[in-house]
Design a protein around this ligand. Structure first.
Ligand SMILES: [Zn+2]
Ligand SMILES: [Zn+2]
Length: 642
C-alpha cells in the first residue's frame, strides 16, 4: 500500500503506508532530516516519528518555523519537569506550555522553599538529561489507566486535568524517567536541546483561579545552539536598556502616580511636546488627505453604547457608569470614538456625491484593564487614539484603503520603521453565517483590501477566519531595531455600526443606502506608539521630534550672554533647545547632555565668542568642529525636514 504525500511546493511523492515525516525528510536530504522537529500533517502538528496512514499534505517543521519552535519549547518543558522530578522528588506538575519566547511549567514543590538560587542546578540537570538523547515516546492510554497512573504518583493536578478530558484520545508522553499527560506533539528526542536558561520564577494560581492553590511558575528558554542563547541574552540586555519605562523616566517624558490612578499616564512637559509634535505631523498629513477634524466628549450616554453594542462588550467588565442627580441617568467613559462619529454623520442628510466623508479625532478613550495587565505606556487604562472614521460607498472601499495605506507608510517612513508586514484578516469561508453584513459586500470589501494591498506593494499574509464579526481588516506589524514585532496601524471595515445607527445616504437611484464605515488608526494609540518608538530608537528620536534639539554648554558663566544670543537666534528658526548655565565643569555638562540624549551640544567659551562661532558635538557621533551659527542652523534645517 502506498500513500501520496503532498509537499508545500505542490510536488506529490509516494511512500509506503505508515511512513513517518522523519522518513519523508530523510528521502529529501539527511541534513534536513537532522533538523526536523515536527511536521504539519493535514494542518495538524504531529510528532515527526508518527506514522502517516493515508494521503496527506505535509510540511516539515524546523527551528525556523514558529510551530517548530513552539514544539521545541513545549518539549523542553517536559525536560525541565524531568529535571525537577530528579532533583526534587515528590514535585507535582500542573501545566507546561510554550509561550512567545520559551516556556513555563507550573509546579507544586510542597513545603520546599524555592528561589532563583536553584536555577543553576536545574539548568545543569536539564543539560545532563538532554545529552542522553531520550526519545519522546507517544502512547495512547485509556482514561482509567491514566487516572490509576497519577493516583499512584499522587499528582492531584494531573488528575484534575484528566477529569476535564471528556472526549478524544488520551495520550502519555515519556522521555527518560518522566511521563506526562500530554496531547503532544514533541521533538524527536531531548538531544536537540543544547542550551538552557531559567529566566524567572513567579506565583500562579492553579487554573488561574485565586481560590485554588498558588503554584510556582518557572519560566525558561532553550535553544538548539549555545550561540543562539548568547544572542538572545544580548538582545534581552539591549531591550532592557531601551525599555520605554526606564527611558521615559530618564528623559522625563511621562510618569505614573498612584494617586492619579494606575494605568493613567501623566505626560511631562518634554513628553507632551513630543506627543504634540506627532499629533501635528499626522494632522497635517490627514488634512491634505481630505480628513475633517472633529471633537467629541469623553463620556457618552448609556443609550449611545447600547445602540453601538459597546455596552454589552465593555459594560460589566469596564469602568462603571457615572450617575447624575437625575434618577436613572447613566453616562459611560467612552471606550471608543466610533459611536460619537456615527452621530456626527447623522447630523445631516448625505448624498452619494458627498461620500466619502472622513472624520478624524485624537480621541481619548478609557478601558479597564486588570492591574496585573498594565505595562508602561503599552497597556494603560486611558489612551488617545489617532482615530478616524471614513464613511463611503461600497465602490469606494478600495480607493479609501489605498489612501490609508499611503498615510500609514508615510508615518512609518518619517519615523524610521522600515521593516513591516501587513496581515489581511478575512472571513472563515466555511462559516459565513457568523458575520454581519451581506455576502456581496463582504466579497467586495475583501477583494478591495487584497487588491489595494497588492497595488501598494505591501508584503502581506492573509489569515482566513481572523476577521472581526463586523468586517475584514488590514493590520500592520512593524519590526523594531531589535527585531521585535509590534502591532501598530490598523484599517478595518465595519458593516455593523452603520446598521446599528441606521446610517444612510441617498444613492444616484434616489434610494436610501447604507454607507460602509472604515475605522483606521496609523499609530494605534499615541501611548503605545510612543512606547514602541522609544524602544525602536532607544530614545534617540528623529531630530524633528526631539523635545530638545540642542543644548548650549557655556564653559563658564562669563559666556552666559553669548549663549543666550545664540539661543535667541536659533529660536527665530523654530529650532528649540536649552542652555546649561549650571556652575559645573564642562566634562560633566557634556556627560549629562549625553544621558539626556540631546541630539546636538554647542560648547561656547572664549575662542568661540571671539570668533562668533560654536563648537558642535553630535550625540552618539562626537565632535563636528567649530562653525558659525549660520552653518549650524543650516545643518539643523536640513536634518529636521521630513
Ligand atoms: Zn507535551
Ligand atoms: Zn472606530
Amino acid at each position: 500500500m502506498t500513500i501520496n504525500i503532498t509537499l508545500p511546493d505542490g510536488t506529490v511523492k509516494q511512500f509506503p503506508k505508515g511512513t513517518s515525516s522523519y522518513q519523508v525528510a530523510l528521502s529529501i536530504s539527511e541534513g534536513l532530516a537532522r533538523n526536523v522537529l515536527a511536521a504539519e500533517v493535514n494542518g495538524e502538528v504531529w510528532d515527526a516519528s508518527r506514522s502517516i496512514n493515508e494521503d496527506a499534505s505535509l510540511k516539515l517543521l524546523t527551528w525556523n518555523d514558529e510551530k517548530g519552535k513552539s514544539t521545541f519549547w513545549h518539549s523542553s518543558a517536559h525536560l525541565m519537569a524531568e529535571a525537577l522530578e530528579a532533583l526534587y522528588p515528590g514535585t507535582k506538575f500542573g501545566i507546561g506550555p510554550s509561550i512567545e519566547t520559551g516556556f513555563y511549567y507550573d509546579v507544586d514543590f510542597g513545603d520546599r522553599a524555592f528561589s532563583s538560587d536553584d536555577f543553576k542546578a536545574i539548568e545543569n540537570k536539564m543539560l545532563e538529561l538532554a545529552k542522553t538523547k531520550s526519545e519522546y515516546v507517544r502512547k495512547e492510554i485509556s482514561k482509567n489507566d491514566a487516572i490509576a497512573y497519577f493516583k499512584e504518583k499522587g499528582d492531584e493536578y494531573k488528575l484534575d486535568l484528566l477529569d476535564g478530558l471528556t472526549d478524544g484520545q488520551i495520550t502519555f508522553y515519556s522521555q527518560g524517567n518522566f511521563t506526562d499527560l500530554c496531547r503532544g506533539p514533541h521533538i524527536p528526542n531531548t538531544g536537540f536541546i543544547k542550551a538552557v536558561k531559567l529566566m524567572s520564577v513567579a506565583g500562579a494560581y492553579w487554573k488561574g483561579d485565586e481560590k485554588n492553590k498558588q503554584l510556582t511558575r518557572l519560566y525558561a528558554v532553550t535553544f538548539p545552539k549555545q550561540s543562539e542563547l548568547t544572542d538572545y541574552l544580548t538582545l534581552l540586555e539591549e531591550a532592557k536598556k531601551r525599555d520605554h519605562r526606564k527611558l521615559g523616566k530618564e528623559l522625563e517624558l511621562f510618569a505614573f502616580s498612584e494617586k492619579v490612578g494606575m494605568g493613567l499616564p501623566l505626560w511631562l512637559p518634554k513628553g507632551a511636546a513630543l506627543r504634540e509634535r506627532l499629533v501635528q505631523f499626522l494632522q497635517k498629513a490627514q488634512i491634505k488627505s481630505g480628513y475633517e477634524p472633529v471633537i467629541t466628549p469623553h463620556i457618552g450616554h448609556k443609550n449611545l453604547y447600547v445602540t453601538s453594542g459597546h455596552y454589552d462588550k465593555y459594560g460589566a467588565d469596564s469602568f462603571q457608569p457615572i450617575k447624575t442627580p437625575q434618577e436613572g441617568e447613566e453616562f459611560f467613559l467612552k471606550p471608543m470614538n466610533c459611536p460619537h462619529h456615527c452621530e456626527i454623520y447623522k447630523t445631516k442628510p448625505r448624498s452619494y456625491k458627498d461620500l466619502p466623508v472622513r472624520f478624524a479625532e485624537f480621541g481619548t478613550v478609557y478601558r479597564y484593564e486588570q492591574s496585573g495587565e498594565l505595562h508602561g505606556l503599552t497597556r494603560v487604562r486611558g489612551f488617545t487614539q489617532d482615530d478616524a472614521h471614513l464613511f463611503c460607498r461600497p465602490d469606494q472601499v478600495k480607493d479609501e484603503f489605498k489612501k490609508v495605506i499611503d498615510l500609514v507608510l508615510y508615518v512609518f517612513g518619517a519615523l524610521g520603521f522600515e521593516n513591516y508586514t501587513a496581515q489581511i484578516s478575512l472571513r472563515d469561508p466555511e462559516n459565513k453565517s457568523k458575520y454581519i453584513g451581506s455576502d456581496e459586500n463582504w466579497s467586495l470589501a475583501e477583494q478591495a483590501i487584497i487588491e489595494a494591498a497588492a497595488e501598494k506593494g505591501l508584503n502581506t499574509v492573509v489569515e482566513l477566519g481572523e476577521a472581526a464579526f463586523y468586517g475584514p481588516k488590514l493590520d500592520f506589524m512593524v519590526k523594531d531595531a531589535l527585531g521585535r514585532k509590534w502591532q501598530l496601524g490598523t484599517i478595518q471595515v465595519d458593516y455593523n455600526l452603520p446598521e446599528r445607527f441606521e446610517l444612510e445616504y441617498t444613492g444616484s437611484d434616489n434610494q436610501k443606502h447604507r454607507p460602509v464605515m472604515i475605522h483606521r488608526a496609523p499609530f494605534g494609540s499615541l501611548e503605545r506608539f510612543v512606547a514602541v518608538l522609544i524602544e525602536h530608537c532607544a530614545g534617540n528620536f528623529p531630530l524633528w521630534l526631539s523635545p530638545d534639539q540642542y543644548i548650549i554648554l557655556p564653559i563658564s558663566e562669563k559666556y552666559a550672554d553669548y549663549a543666550k544670543s545664540i539661543s535667541d537666534s536659533l529660536n527665530n528658526y523654530d529650532i528649540r533647545g536649552l542652555i546649561d548655565n549650571r556652575d559645573e565643569k564642562i566634562g560633566k555638562k557634556i556627560r549629562d547632555a549625553e544621558i539626556k540624549k540631546i541630539p546636538f551640544m554647542l560648547i561656547v567659551g572664549e575662542k568661540e565668542q571671539e570668533e562668533g562661532k560654536v563648537s558642535v558635538r553630535k550625540h552618539g557621533e562626537g565632535d563636528l568642529g567649530s562653525m558659525t551659527i549660520e552653518s549650524f542652523t543650516e545643518i539643523m534645517q536640513k536634518e529636521i525636514k521630513i
